[in-house]
Structure formats: structure tokens, C-alpha cells
Design a binder for this molecule. Structure first.
Ligand code: PA5
Length: 475
């Protein structure tokens, strides 16, 4: 996708915060004076992120991904072509940051019923992301794929995540049992030098492997081989994805929050969080974008949910991300958003032009309740409902703002992802926390090791064995 400057501007992702202001929300909204009062803290957060860009030791390598992957992208495109030629199924084995990005991009940019399309209408093999160890799901995946015709992309930075490694053991065993060579059916995406997948690769005489760079954490990894290889396999324009990210990076150069969309979003959320708005709803009005809300939930929750500042001062910060889908959840959650507690900020993801319009035919002329729909399009209907919901929330004094995507394509998705990543980094800097670690996730991983008898966790196992339910409290 080659774009002129004019085309890029036409595809620019923008933020509309009208419905966060006192002009529209009355005393529930934020005045210009109030927002401007946060300019200094926003400027400091911007400086922190700008000064530490690309620093692996701070896990900020992700800022450079739009610029430093030419060779890797070329290699990925060649591998993807080969995978498409040889395989009918492509299965990602990973969890958390290793799975949410691939799922999100696939759903956003491929046909919503991709796997059901005939081969001639798909750009690549059937695609699955297995991010759970539900035994039923594992068995039922194996019911629908043929290992002989499957490429498994095992994605794990550590190679020590129980879920991913259990899946790997199952498929390695299966491949062996069918007389297949693991090396012909597996691609690893992992750390450059450390971790168990590196050891396994060496033992097997070298598995095709992509590097999950040192300074890139799981939840910031969609724009590195973690996300790029699966995306390329299903025919997504990964160069356009990266160009979109670079474009948003450019749009976020200013330290003035009114000129930097990511800094604006971070500041608005920061003000809200400081006022106890502990729930952040992300509500895309697009089925293609529904898993953006899942991806964002991890990014926002794991990055900001922390209990101490970088100076060691105890704090309990963060905002609970809630995933909603427009219009579906208008008929489920919007009642709560409109009349329940004043504890939320709703972010809409709106689409300017859908890739399909779906005209609604005239009919039922004697039933005005139905006939008014005829002559409109489904696009008009979903956009009207989006606008109507924002209006209703605003009338009810509820904080909401809209991120507008002129259309859904690789270039706009790249912009959106980078906007959210920068927003998260800025918000973390405002709280002065470590945005890029996840000690709470590690704690659960270690307890699982103990429960399943991993050497070195005997003490924790004893403690866990004692922690069984107390029958006095089981009803
Ligand atoms: O954001 C994160 O760091 C986590 O969600 C990890 O991606 C997840 O736990 C998987 O870890 P690994 O890549 O080591 O298998």
C-alpha cells in the first residue's frame, strides 16, 4: 500500500473529546482550564517517553519497531509465502501478548468468516490462535486440522509459560507419532538467546525462529514478528501496518496534549482515574475491531495495574478495562453506562466508511415501525446508533470520547495500535510506575509451577496445598 501525503491525511485516525468537556457535560465534564492544568504533567510524561525511546533496558524497544525491521519484514514475507504454498492450516500457540495481537489483527483485517471461505477465496491457510489450555478446546482443534498440513507458530518469549509449552508438547508428540519432522511443521517466535524454545531449537538441529526483541514485552509485541508473521500468513499488508504506526508516531511528536492524540487520551484518562473513574470501556462499532478491545484490555490492565511507584511509594493504580461491542452491547450494558455509577469513561471506536454498505431494501410498507428502515444502509444504521449512544451518554452526564478511523485497513489499524501503545506509556509515566513489568502475572505462573511439581517450587507447593477451600465456607 503506497500512500501520498494527501491519502495519508484522509486516513488519519483522530480523537474527538467533545463529550468529555463541560460545554457538553455540564459540571460532570472537564473545563479547558481543568485540562490545561494537566499540561505540565502531560509534558513531563511526553519527555519521559521521548527520552527513553528504544531503550531495551526499560522495555521501550517497541517504539522503534515501525523503523528497524526492513530485513525481518522481508524474511517474514518470504516465510509467509512458503507457508501459504505448503500448508492448509496455520496455528498460533501462545497466550497473553503472544496471542491477543495475532487474533486482533486477523479479525480486523480478514474476512469475518475467513476459515469458512473456500480455499480459492482465502489469502492463506485456515487460521487458529490457541490461547487457552482448556482440554476440550485442544482436542477439538485436533479434530479440525490435519497435522500433516499444519504449520504451528509457537510464540513465547520465555519458553517457560506452562500453557504454551503444554500445547507444544502435545503437538510435538502428535507430529512424531505421525512420522513427521517437527522442524518441517514448527516456527518459533522467541527470545534471541535465552529461554527454552532456543534450547529446543538447538536440540532439534535448528527450528526456523523469529526473535521477540529484548526491549519488547508481550503486550507491546504486535508490531514485531509475534504479530507480523501470523498477519503476513493470512495476507495482511504488514508494511502498511508498520507505516500506519510510524504515521501515528509522527502525529504524536508534540508535547502539547492538544496536538498529540495519544497524550490527549492519556491525560483525559489520567484525570478521570484520579477522580475515581476506575472503569474504562472500549466500545468499537465494528465487528472487525471487536478484538481490539481484548488486545487493549491486556495492554491497559497489565501496564497500569501496579501497587508501587518507581520510587517505591505504595500505590494501587490502574483502570479496569471493559470490552463492549457496538451495537450489540447497547442491548446489554449501555443501560448501566447511562444510569449506573459515575465510575466510567467510555471510548468509542467509530468507523467513517465501512468496507461494505449493505443497503436495506424497502418493504413492510404498511408497518411504519419497520418501513422507515428501507432505503437506508446498514452502514447508516450502525453509524446512527453509534452517534445516538454517544448522545444519550452525554445527555446523562457520562464521560465519553471517540476515536475515529476513516476506514478499517492495515494503515489505520497500525495507527490505532501505536496510539494505544503511546497512550499507555504516557499514562504510566504520569503515574510514575513501571508500565512494562507484570509481577502479578508472574506470581500466578509460579504458583502453577508449584502445583504441578516443577523442581524448585516445593515450599510454595506446601503453602498452596494448605490453601485448599475451608469446608466451613463451602455451601
Ligand atoms: O504481556 C505479557 O508479558 C504477558 O501477557 C506474556 O505475553 C504472556 O504471559 C506470555 O509470556 P511468554 O511470551 O513468555 O510465553
Amino acid at each position: 500500500m503506497k500512500l501520498t501525503e494527501t491519502q495519508r491525511k484522509a486516513l488519519r485516525v483522530t480523537v474527538d473529546y467533545t463529550n468529555m468537556t463541560d460545554k457538553y457535560l455540564g459540571d460532570k465534564g472537564y473545563s479547558t482550564k481543568k485540562i490545561d492544568g494537566f499540561k505540565k504533567i502531560a509534558k513531563a510524561a511526553h519527555a519521559y517517553v521521548a527520552d527513553n525511546r528504544g531503550k531495551d533496558e526499560l522495555f521501550m524497544g517497541w517504539t522503534e519497531l515501525p523503523y528497524n525491521q526492513d530485513e525481518i519484514v522481508a524474511d517474514i514475507l518470504a516465510t509467509a509465502k512458503d507457508v501459504r504454498k505448503k500448508f492448509d492450516y496455520f496455528v498460533v500457540l501462545g497466550i497473553g501478548g503472544s496471542a491477543l495481537g495475532p487474533t486482533m489483527a486477523f479479525n480486523a483485517l480478514c474476512h469475518l468468516h475467513y476459515n469458512d471461505l473456500p480455499k480459492s477465496k482465502r489469502k492463506g491457510p485456515k487460521f487458529y490462535v490457541e490461547d487457552n489450555v482448556d482440554p476440550v478446546r485442544m482436542k477439538e482443534l485436533l479434530d479440525v486440522i490435519d497435522p500433516k498440513k499444519t504449520c504451528f507458530n509457537v510464540i513465547s518469549k520465555s519458553g517457560a509459560t506452562s500453557e504454551t509449552m503444554a500445547q507444544y508438547l502435545i503437538i510435538a508428540d502428535l507430529l512424531k507419532a505421525q512420522g513427521l519432522n517437527i522442524r518441517d511443521h514448527v516456527i518459533f517466535t522467541t527470545d534471541a538467546a535465552k529461554g527454552n524454545l532456543v534450547k529446543i531449537s538447538n536440540e532439534l538441529g535448528g527450528i526456523k525462529s523469529y526473535v521477540l526483541p529484548d526491549g519488547v514485552g508481550g503486550r507491546f509485541s504486535q508490531l514485531c514478528p509475534v504479530g507480523l508473521l501470523p498477519a503476513a500468513v493470512v495476507g495482511i499488508d504488514i508494511k502498511a501496518l508498520l507505516k500506519g504506526a510510524a504515521y501515528m508516531d509522527k502525529l504524536c511528536k508534540s508535547a502539547d496534549l492538544k496536538k498529540n492524540p495519544a497524550l490527549l487520551c492519556a491525560t483525559l484518562q489520567y484525570i478521570a482515574m484520579n477522580e475515581g473513574k476506575n472503569i474504562g470501556v472500549l466500545m468499537p462499532y465494528s465487528d472487525n475491531l471487536r478484538y481490539v478491545a481484548d488486545w487493549y484490555a491486556q495492554l491497559w490492565a497489565e501496564s497500569l495495574g501496579k501497587n508501587e511507584t518507581l520510587d517505591g511509594v505504595p500505590c494501587n493504580v490502574g483502570q479496569t478495562p471493559v470490552k463492549a461491542l457496538g451495537v450489540t452491547d447497547q442491548h446489554s450494558q449501555v443501560q448501566l453506562y447511562t444510569e449506573g455509577p459515575y465510575d466510567k469513561v467510555v471510548t468509542f471506536l467509530s468507523v467513517g466508511s465501512y468496507n461494505e454498505k449493505s443497503p436495506i431494501p424497502h418493504g413492510c410498507e404498511n408497518i411504519p415501525d419497520v418501513s422507515f428502515l428501507g432505503g437506508h444502509t446498514m452502514e447508516e444504521l450502525i453509524q446512527a446508533e453509534n452517534k445516538a449512544t454517544a448522545y444519550a451518554l452525554t445527555k446523562a452526564g457520562r464521560l465519553n470520547y471517540t476515536i475515529n478511523l476513516p476506514e478499517v485497513n492495515a494503515f489505520t489499524l497500525g495507527q490505532l495500535l501505536f496510539l494505544f501503545e503511546l497512550q499507555t506509556a504516557y499514562a504510566g509515566a504520569m503515574f510514575n510506575i513501571n508500565t512494562f513489568n507484570q509481577p502479578g502475572v508472574e506470581a500466578g505462573k509460579k504458583a502453577t509451577f508449584a502445583l504441578l511439581g516443577k523442581p524448585g517450587y516445593a515450599e510454595q507447593k506446601k503453602e498452596l496445598d494448605k490453601a485448599d477451600s475451608d469446608p466451613a465456607y463451602v455451601v
